[in-house]
Write a protein that binds this ligand. Sequence first.
Ligand code: GLU
Length: 548
Amino acid sequence: MTNIDLANVIFPNITKTIDDYIKMYPKRNLSETQFVTRFAPSPTGFMHIGNFMMALIDYMIAKNTNGVFYLRNEDTDKAREVDSAVDLIMNTLKHYNIEPTEYEYKGKIVGNYGPYIQSERKEIYHTFIKHLIEIGRAYPCFCKKEYLDEMRASQEEMKKRTGYYGVYAKCRKISPDEAIERIKNGEKYVIRFRSKGDFDIQIPFEDLVKGKLHLSENDIDDVIMKSDNLLPTYHFAHVVDDFLMHTTHVVRGEEWLPSVTKHIEMFESFGFTAPKYIHTPLIMKKDGDSIRKISKRKDPEALMKYYEEKGYPALAVIESVMTIMNSNYEEWHRDNPDKMFYDFTYDPAKMSASGALYDLDKLDNISKEMISKMTKEKLYEEAYTWSKTYSKSLQELIESDSEYFKSIINIEREQAKPRKDIAKYSDIENLIWYMYDDKFNKVDYEYQKITDKEEIKNILNTYINEYYNESDDKETWFNKIKEMCDKLGYASNMKEYKKNPEAFKGNVADVSTVLRVSLTSKSMTPDLYEIMQLLGKDRIINRFNLVK
Ligand code: GLU
């Protein structure tokens, strides 16, 4: 009996050859400088910021080179699979407008290189495994868990490398005759790759982020097909899929770097060329004085749903991630303020190889800047859309009077130096609630210098009876406050006040604060004149009357 017989016993129904698939999935119609990337998440129900960064790199590389960015669902680990995971992935990519051009979703395949769901590619993998068995580069392994556990324990005890290699690879030596007999007897088996590597030999490997490395050759006979569901392991599926889908650049987490020599050997066993690799660093965060890995258990911002729930503009999140993808991104963006992030050329060599430090304060700044530049209409639309999913109370405020809402958010907006106080849509309600009468009933007033209630009432009464006029322009309005100051013994001129503070009860800023706090409860607000214009005389009087 030969390996060909063995291959036929294991895969009696596989009649295609790898050449059939090579013909079915011909080379893409792209030039050498157009790159093909893929985002290949496992559907575990989370979209980590690290996954997002990889997807963004994939998108950027394809966009920069006018290439292809496709999505592959790596669902071979059925135990970890979560039903809604693919929706989460698709929705997230859509939210950020970095959608793949080839994918498979809700039963629809878009693109000529599918299926794009690994569990639907079983026949393809079996064909490729059958080929490896035929040429003697894969074999069935009957080792039981007990043997593998013992092997590992003894390797650890003897301080040897762990794994199924060399003398430990018992089933490597089984003849096709014996293997066929044991299979016919119903023994359970997995399929392993037969390595020809020598761990003592170093091979050069160039990772596009980490640079030129020297790695030991692979000598481990890894499992390539599992026994229970006959699906391939990650290593094997990666080789077959990225070959048939013509991926030019594999972007994946650096946890895969130690496995890259396995993959290179597997590509070589078929006579294929391995793609280029971009192993992305871990995403880190500052925690007090130390820097540590961002963790989905401890840090809500580790998962992409955080940014949607908080209501950060999608583009602000992209910008913040771009800053950790390339060290020169911020400078480029400063020099090219009107360009979009995808006009930037992503360069893996300019990515930190040791860890990417993500900074939420930076995101807040980027986002505040971005939101400050939105027109009131745009901000209204964005905030309203967000509120419908994430904040019933903001939704109600907006729906109670959308024009009024727009006027409020337009205070100190649509001008050369707009106000930058909103970092995310979930901040808005907290910044504007006092503009709504039914929320303004029981408030704590943040009075500052002037706290005497009789004096406060005196200021408010004098103001409304003698100085307030709804139709005054801003300058007249302020002049009148100053006039009132003179009358009541407060300095209307700050310079004079500073020269001789004893001569006055206080100054115009103190008096304005009394007005401001009485009308809003807050000592810090956007422009008081604009707030008063929006409130109008009746509501101003009502609010003054609430001060007890
Ligand atoms: N499914 C693998 C993961 O989620 C993908 C790694 C890769 O991109 O090749 O880690």
